[in-house]
Ligand binder design. Structure first.
Ligand code: G3P
Length: 218
């Protein structure tokens, strides 16, 4: 299972990379705006900066919504660095763009997936990743993890190679549920990943080991 971090914040990306378990980064226009990255050239430079920190895939999202615009932006983003995966929304033009880009050997992440039908279209178009949004479904009282399970089952039933990238993963319980549901990848904030470390028996056990050592060696 792969862990991606869902941020455009370079400090957090470095911290996650230093943990030694990071497999990639996802960004979106909202996350870039949150870091105050604006202007086409600054945005492109920021993607390259991210690629230079991580060993792994970096999703960079197109802004255009028309087919020609998606293709020209996608080609430009893909040319920035060999770690870039072009992120495209799951619309009619987006599916056509995923098909075009994957035919050209460019890796894609089809985003804003909220149904198994959308995931099927993205997989048929050759998407490298599909990004179902877990948290945003939970927000509207719909089980986001159930969608992960459905897409994992569909991919396995039909033999699609598209990887299920669980997105909008907001906390550690989501991470655990995504593991149980068989997601290929999760993308989340750093604290959802580091939360996996926490167990009171680990803390208690370590305190006991150190106390016993210090009794004799103190
Ligand atoms: O990966 C998609 C993600 O950035 C959306 O997360 O928390 O805004 O729903 P959220």
């Amino acid at each position: 299972m792969k862990f991606f971090i869902d941020t455009a914040n370079l400090d957090q990306i470095k911290e996650a990379q230093d943990l030694g378990i990071l497999d990639g980064v996802t960004t979106n226009p909202s996350l870039m705006a949150k870091e105050g990255i604006k202007g086409a050239e600054n945005i492109k430079k920021h993607y390259v900066d991210i690629c230079e920190i991580v060993d792994g895939d970096v999703s960079a999202e197109v802004i255009a919504t028309d087919f020609d615009g998606m293709i020209s932006e996608g080609l430009e983003l893909a040319a920035l660095h060999n770690q870039i995966v072009v992120k495209v929304p799951c619309t009619k033009n987006g599916i056509k763009a995923v098909k075009y880009l994957s035919t050209k050997g460019i890796r894609t992440n089809c985003t804003l997936i909220f149904s198994v039908g959308q995931a099927l279209l993205a997989a048929k178009a050759g998407a490298t990743y599909v990004s179902p949004f877990v948290g945003r479904l939970d927000d509207i009282c719909t089980d986001g993890i159930d969608l992960i399970r459905q897409i994992v089952d569909m991919n396995s039933y039909y033999g699609f190679e598209t990887q299920v990238l669980a997105a909008s993963v907001r906390h550690t319980m989501h991470m655990v549920q995504c593991i149980e549901a068989g997601a290929d990848v999760t993308t989340s904030p750093l604290n959802a990943i580091t939360g996996l470390l926490n167990h009171p028996l680990t803390d208690k056990g370590l305190a006991q080991f150190l106390a016993d050592y210090n009794k004799l060696n103190g």
